[in-house]
Design a protein around this ligand. Structure first.
Ligand SMILES: Nc1ncnc2c1ncn2[C@@H]1O[C@H](COP(=O)(O)OP(=O)(O)OP(=O)(O)O)[C@@H](O)[C@H]1O
Ligand SMILES: Nc1nc2c(ncn2[C@@H]2O[C@H](COP(=O)(O)O)[C@@H](O)[C@H]2O)c(=O)[nH]1
Length: 204
């Protein structure tokens, strides 16, 4: 019997576009996906929890993890480090379960180099003006950080062609439906390939 690995889904896009909002709504519908909790050196925001929203670490702790090759990818983003713990992703995929990453663009491109078979989805804002409204209305960033994040967004949007899919997050429920359709379609593709492979083995 062929052991099937899980599929690695990567949802990426500029800060404030709604990745977290879309992911949380998706996970209410699709309970089979496993969310990979990231490491960060940024301060915890009000209402956030250790090991739910992030694993919060000091810069020294984060650097040790980089040196020990414990991160699948990492990026320095607007003054802080963010990264994906390698062990959880590799073990979960090996058990045949799908993993879902929600990360920024530099990190997504690193994952693509190591996991070209992953499925990369860029969540795009309807406009930069709306992106700014969303970051500002979330109320988590100072004015200076809003400016820095918007600057980063302009660079990130230039890289959307590197992704397998682009979903515009105009309305949350529509964006969730689209991401859900992508997950379903990738499963169908896998099943077709597995069936063809089985036929080849039977012929041989
Ligand atoms: N389609 C939408 N229409 C209007 N507001 C939205 C939409 N999607 C998300 N939002 C709002 O935009 C803000 C940013 O959303 P969210 O925190 O999910 O973004 P994010 O991409 O995960 O940000 P970050 O990358 O910084 O974590 C939130 O206040 C959220 O409620
Ligand atoms: N490269 C990575 N980026 C990550 C990871 N976890 C989150 N992020 C992204 O960072 C920015 C800022 O996040 P915030 O929580 O401070 O608003 C945002 O785009 C996140 O998606 C990660 O593990 N690696």
């Amino acid at each position: 019997m062929i052991e099937e690995k899980g599929i690695l889904f990567v949802l990426s896009g500029p800060s404030g576009v709604g990745k977290g909002t879309v992911r949380k709504a998706l996970f209410e519908k699709d309970t089979a996906l496993q969310y990979s909790i990231s490491m960060t050196t940024r301060q915890k925001r009000a209402g956030e929890q250790e090991a739910v929203d992030y694993f919060y670490r000091t810069k020294d702790e984060f650097k040790s993890m980089i040196e020990e090759n414990q991160l699948l990818e990492y990026a320095e983003y607007v003054g802080n480090y963010y990264g994906t713990p390698r062990k959880y992703v590799e073990e979960t995929l090996a058990k045949g379960n799908d993993v879902f990453l929600e990360i920024e663009v530099q990190g997504a491109l690193q994952v693509k180099e190591n996991f070209p078979e992953g499925v990369f989805v860029f969540l795009s804002p309807p406009s930069l003006e709306e992106l700014k409204n969303r970051i500002v209305s979330r109320g988590t960033e100072s004015d200076a950080l809003v400016t820095n994040r918007l600057q980063a967004a302009k660079d990130e949007i230039q890289l959307m062609d590197a992704y397998d899919y682009v979903v515009v997050n105009d309305q949350v429920d529509k964006a969730v439906e689209k991401v859900q359709a992508i997950v379903k379609s990738e499963h169908c593709k896998r099943e077709r390939v597995a069936k063809q492979y089985k036929k080849v083995l039977e012929v041989e």
